[in-house]
Design a protein around this ligand. Structure first.
Ligand SMILES: [Zn+2]
Ligand SMILES: [Zn+2]
Length: 375
C-alpha cells in the first residue's frame, strides 16, 4: 500500500490540478470494480485511488495534507484510528461533474465542520513467538520509534508553553464564512488551518508541532494461551497528538510459529506418534513429550490401528485468561519395519502361516466381494 497520496496517483507535489485529475481518471478507469470483477487487489487499489483523489482535488484538504503529512492527516480525517479508512465502497464512485454548482455544494456540506482532529497516529508492531511461549505467556520489551508530547512547550507548540492566541482571521472558530452567489459558503480558515488558534512564537524544540520524535521502551505482557493472529491493544501508547490532541493506540500483532512436534487446534494439542507393529499388536506403554516440556506415559491398547487417537486430559494448551488446559491427542502412526534380517523375514513368514485376525482387511474384502456381486 502506498504511504503517500501523490505516490498513489503517480503524480508529484508540483503537478497541476488538471494533471492530478487526469492521473486519477486514468487509474480509476483501470481499476474500476466493473472492469475487475472479483479482483480484491484491484478493489483495494481503487479505494486507495479514490481516497487519494478525495484529498488532492480539494485545495484546503491538499494544503492540510502537505502540512501535516500522511499519517497525521489520515488519522485526523478518519476521526482517529489509523486502521480504518474513511469508508469508500465502489457504489460511492462517480466521476465528478466539475460544475461550479456541485463544487459549492461539496464545500458547503463537506467542509462545514472540518476542523482538524489532532489525534496521534496508531502504531502497529508485529511479533512472532513459539508455541511454548504461547503456552506459558511472555513478557516482551519493545523499543518503539514514536512521537511524544514536547516537554519544552508542554505539547502546546508555542515557546515556553504560552497559550496559543485565538486566530484573528476566524476569531477562533476555525471557519470562514462568506457569500457566493445565493449561497453562504463556509470553509476552513486558511490562516490557522481550521485549528482556531495561531502560535506567535513556535517552540524551538519541536518547531511548533508540540511533539518530538523519540524511542520509547514499552513492556508488554502476552497472555498464556494467546492464539495465532491475536491483536493486543495498548490504549494511548501510540504517537502523541499534535498540539495536545489525544494519543493514538499501540497494536501488537502476535503470530505463533508452527511447531515441529505439535499441531494446535484452539486449546487442543495434536501429536503424531510412530508406533511399532509389535507395540500396536501387543499393546504397551510409550513416552510422549508434552507442551509444558515434560513427558507423559501413554498406554497403547493391544490391537491399536494407525490413526487411532489416545486422549491425554489437561495436557493441551493453556486456555487464555484461565488456569485450565485443553487436552492432548496422540495420533497413532503404526510403522512398518524396514531392512529386515534374514531371521526376521523367516519369523514373519512363519507368523503369517497362523490364522490372524485383521479387522480392517476382513471388512474391506467383504465389501469388495459385495461390490463385484452387485455388478
Ligand atoms: Zn515544543
Ligand atoms: Zn483561523
Amino acid at each position: 500500500m502506498s504511504r503517500d497520496y501523490y505516490e498513489t496517483l503517480g503524480v508529484s507535489k508540483a503537478s497541476s490540478d488538471a494533471d492530478i485529475k487526469k492521473a486519477y481518471r486514468t487509474l480509476a478507469m483501470q481499476y474500476h470494480p466493473d472492469r475487475n470483477k472479483g479482483d480484491k487487489a484491484a478493489e483495494a487499489k481503487f479505494k486507495e485511488i479514490n481516497e487519494a483523489y478525495e484529498t488532492l482535488k480539494d485545495p484546503q484538504k491538499k494544503a492540510a495534507y502537505d502540512r501535516y503529512g500522511h499519517e497525521s492527516y489520515k488519522n485526523a480525517s478518519s476521526g482517529g484510528g489509523g486502521f480504518h479508512n474513511r469508508g469508500f465502497s465502489s457504489d460511492d464512485f462517480s466521476f465528478d461533474s466539475s460544475s461550479p454548482f456541485s463544487d459549492i455544494f461539496d464545500e458547503f456540506f463537506n467542509n462545514r465542520s472540518e476542523r482538524m482532529d489532532m489525534r496521534g497516529a496508531d502504531l502497529r508492531y508485529e511479533t512472532s513467538i513459539t508455541l511454548e511461549e504461547a503456552f506459558r505467556g511472555k513478557n516482551i520489551d519493545l523499543k518503539i520509534k514514536t512521537n511524544i508530547s514536547c516537554k519544552a512547550c508542554r505539547g502546546t507548540g508555542s515557546e515556553g508553553g504560552a497559550r496559543p492566541k485565538a486566530c484573528p482571521s476566524c476569531r477562533g472558530t476555525g471557519k470562514m464564512r462568506f457569500s457566493q452567489g445565493f449561497f453562504m459558503v463556509e470553509r476552513t480558515c486558511t490562516a490557522c488551518n481550521g485549528t482556531g488558534h495561531i502560535i506567535e512564537n513556535s517552540c524551538r524544540e519541536c518547531r511548533g508541532a508540540g511533539r518530538v520524535g523519540t524511542t520509547k521502551n514499552i513492556s508488554v505482557s502476552i497472555p498464556a494461551g494467546i492464539e495465532d493472529g491475536a491483536r493486543i491493544r495498548l490504549s494511548g501508547e501510540g504517537e502523541a497528538g499534535i498540539r495536545g490532541g489525544n494519543s493514538g493506540d499501540l497494536y501488537i500483532f502476535v503470530s505463533v510459529k508452527p511447531h515441529k512436534l505439535f499441531r494446535r487446534e484452539g486449546s487442543t494439542i495434536n501429536c503424531d506418534v510412530p508406533i511399532s507393529i509389535i507395540t500396536a499388536a501387543l499393546g504397551g506403554d510409550i513416552e510422549v513429550p508434552t507442551i509444558d516440556g515434560k513427558k507423559a506415559i501413554v498406554k497403547i491398547p493391544a490391537g491399536t490401528q494407525s490413526g487411532n487417537i489416545m486422549k491425554l486430559r489437561n495436557k493441551g494448551m493453556t486456555i487464555i485468561r484461565s488456569t485450565m488446559r485443553g487436552d492432548m491427542m496422540i495420533h497413532a502412526r503404526v510403522e512398518t519395519p524396514v531392512n529386515l534380517t534374514k531371521k526376521q523375514r523367516e519369523l514373519l513368514a512363519e507368523f503369517d502361516t497362523e490364522n490372524n485376525s485383521h479387522p480392517q482387511s476382513s471388512g474391506f474384502f467383504s465389501k469388495v466381494k459385495e461390490f463385484w456381486q452387485e455388478l
